[in-house]
Design a protein around this ligand. Structure first.
Ligand code: PEP
Ligand code: MG
Length: 573
């Protein structure tokens, strides 16, 4: 038995068989150059790899269309077309013929060459195709090498270095019992997805170099390669962050007992569906959920959240090669709002930058991206991209109960600029007789500057939602992506707690609702504190909604900052 440790990114307990996903090789520099002595055989192998790639992409297109909508499927349709593009396929054939390279090497080489040519074009759309070409040629190479595809035929615990967006979309989530990642952070795409789907997840896991080592041997977290764990059993305790590979009978029993406790708590919490969250002394808190993609709404409704407190709209922009059009966004927002059937949906405008990057914006390199051109700053830097999103939100707001909020605000001047842009968008829509509704407009309080200025900011917006993930990183000067700051990065840091109190007081002094949508909202040790501070709304991952509701209902804490008018405004949105 090997025992390892990591950090919990989605609580849960599971025991299952491992599927170890080895990070795909995507460039020739990562793969040894290999030659063939039989080019005819190699050309035949190429045709097989192309055919397999076509079949995989056809299946991916169907899956993306069914689960994410036609627009999201478009990226895979482009990949499918590239497979029949003679510029790519004939080039690979010629490279095999002339240079006697294996299919895998020839495909990666052609991918790199063509991607480099596309990257130099003036047209932004064509430039953005570079990443697609590399993705397609990597798929051909992988199939030629006969590597396992990620089709899940049985329930598994996934083990990987990290997960890519295209891998994540391709997976059948119902077959994933748990996830164990060597890297990753609490707020990476994989972590957010796992929480949304309620899949137990451990990140920064210390995986073994070899299972022959004694279990107390040195962990391999820093090693370049870890052994392939596929087929081994893992007992995953994503409550205390421990995991056991090939667990002995006693460990399996112990983990299964924790798993049963989890299931019992869940059954108890199910009974709170349809009930409001009201503390013993009568403080009402709306229990909302966070989402990143349109189909996450299913989980929101399944867990009886009363609204969506944070729709991370940037996920519509990730894992593709061009920004989503106004129409695509409009459809996505309108679909979420109509599925929520009158319950409030708060869309957070684009928060790209720092850890969330998209190649197609082609932004300058930054030494400190978390302190750079991210979120609202980036939107103000690219006003046309921003306006496209605002138009989509205004139009969708005519179809459902939508509010919007801006991330990374630091001062009033930014809010004034952004409200002016909203006025311009509204005037254009009106002039063009497009159906729209101006949504309620809030801001995220996630910088110390905005927290300190929250008294005056509250006079200019309809609501506050606190992003504690960023508020913590900027207040305590602890990079949220840095895996080595565990001793310094304290989610309960006194300075952050004090700022929460100040923000809630200032919001209520101005009579506006205040909520928390960062990870801290789900922290069981702070539910009483949030009631005392008078929060009106807490937004957590869908799977955490009912546990939060249970804690609020059982809480004896007294609200010291009541503001019935603020709650009324939230409910009347
Ligand atoms: C936050 O910062 O707390 C937040 C909710 O936003 P994100 O995690 O997406 O930056
Ligand atoms: Mg944030």
């Amino acid at each position: 038995m090997y025992q390892g440790k990591g950090r919990c990114a989605c609580a849960g307990v599971t025991v299952g068989k491992i599927l170890h996903i080895i990070t795909p090789v995507t460039s020739t520099s990562e793969a040894a150059v290999t030659y063939t002595q039989d080019k005819d055989q190699e050309l035949q192998l190429l045709e097989q790899a192309l055919e397999q790639s076509r079949q995989e992409l056809d299946a991916l297109i169907d899956k993306a269309q069914a689960e994410l909508g036609a627009e999201q499927a478009e990226i895979f349709e482009i990949h499918r077309m590239m497979l029949d593009d003679p510029d790519i396929c004939d080039n690979i054939r010629d490279t095999i013929q002339n240079e006697l390279l294996t299919v895998s090497c020839a495909a990666l080489k052609v991918g790199e060459q063509q991607a480099a040519e596309f990257a130099q074009l003036d047209d932004d759309y064509m430039k953005a195709r570079a990443a697609d070409i590399k993705d397609v040629t990597a798929r051909i190479a992988r199939n030629a090498r006969g590597e396992k595809s990620l089709v899940l035929t049985e329930n598994v615990v996934l083990v990987a270095d990290d997960l890519q967006p295209s891998q994540t979309v391709a997976l059948d989530r119902s077959k994933i019992l748990g996830i164990l990642l060597r890297h990753g952070t609490q707020n990476s795409h994989a972590s957010i997805l796992a929480r949304t789907m309620n899949i137990p997840l451990i990140i920064n896991a210390q995986l073994p170099i070899s299972l022959n080592e004694r279990s107390e041997g040195a962990p391999a977290a820093d090693a370049d390669s870890v052994c392939d764990l596929s087929g081994h059993t893992v007992a995953l305790n994503a409550v205390d962050g421990t995991f056991y590979i090939d667990p002995d009978a006693e460990t399996t029993q112990r983990i299964q007992a924790v798993q049963a406790e989890f299931a019992a708590a869940r059954a108890r919490q199910e009974k709170l569906k349809g009930q409001p969250a009201i503390s013993k002394h009568g403080h009402r808190i709306m229990t909302f959920a966070n989402i990143g993609q349109v189909d996450d709404v299913e989980q929101v409704l399944a867990n009886d959240a009363e609204g969506i407190g944070l729709f991370r709209s940037e996920f519509l922009y990730l894992g593709r090669s061009t920004p989503p059009t106004e129409e695509e966004q409009f459809k996505a927002y309108a679909k979420v709002a109509s599925t929520m059937n009158g319950k409030l949906v708060i869309i957070r405008t684009l928060d790209i930058g720092a850890d969330k990057k998209v190649d197609y914006f082609d932004l300058p390199h930054e030494e400190n991206p978390a302190l750079g051109l991210r979120a609202l700053r980036l939107c103000l830097f690219m006003p046309e991209i921003f306006k496209t999103q605002l138009r989509a939100i205004f139009r969708a707001a005519a179809r459902g109960n939508i509010a919007m909020m801006f991330p990374m605000v630091t001062r009033l001047k930014e809010v004034e600029r952004v409200l002016k842009i909203c006025d311009e968008v509204e005037a254009e829509l009106k002039a063009n007789q497009v159906e729209y509704k101006r949504p309620k407009i809030g801001i995220m309080i996630e910088t110390p500057a905005a927290a300190i200025l929250s008294r005056s900011l509250a006079e200019h917006v309809d609501f506050f939602s606190i992003g504690t993930n960023d508020l913590n990183q900027y207040t305590t000067a602890c990079d949220r992506q840095n895996e080595n700051l565990a001793d310094y990065s304290d989610p309960h840091h006194e300075a952050v707690i004090e700022l929460l109190r100040i923000i809630a007081q200032n919001a209520h002094a101005a009579g506006i609702p205040v909520g928390i949508c960062g990870e801290l909202a789900a922290d069981p040790e702070l539910t009483d504190t949030f009631i005392e501070m008078g929060f009106d709304e807490l937004s957590v991952s869908p799977g955490a909604v009912l546990a939060l509701r249970e804690r609020i209902c059982n809480s004896e804490a007294q609200c010291l900052n009541p503001c019935p008018a603020a709650l009324d405004k939230l409910q009347a949105h």
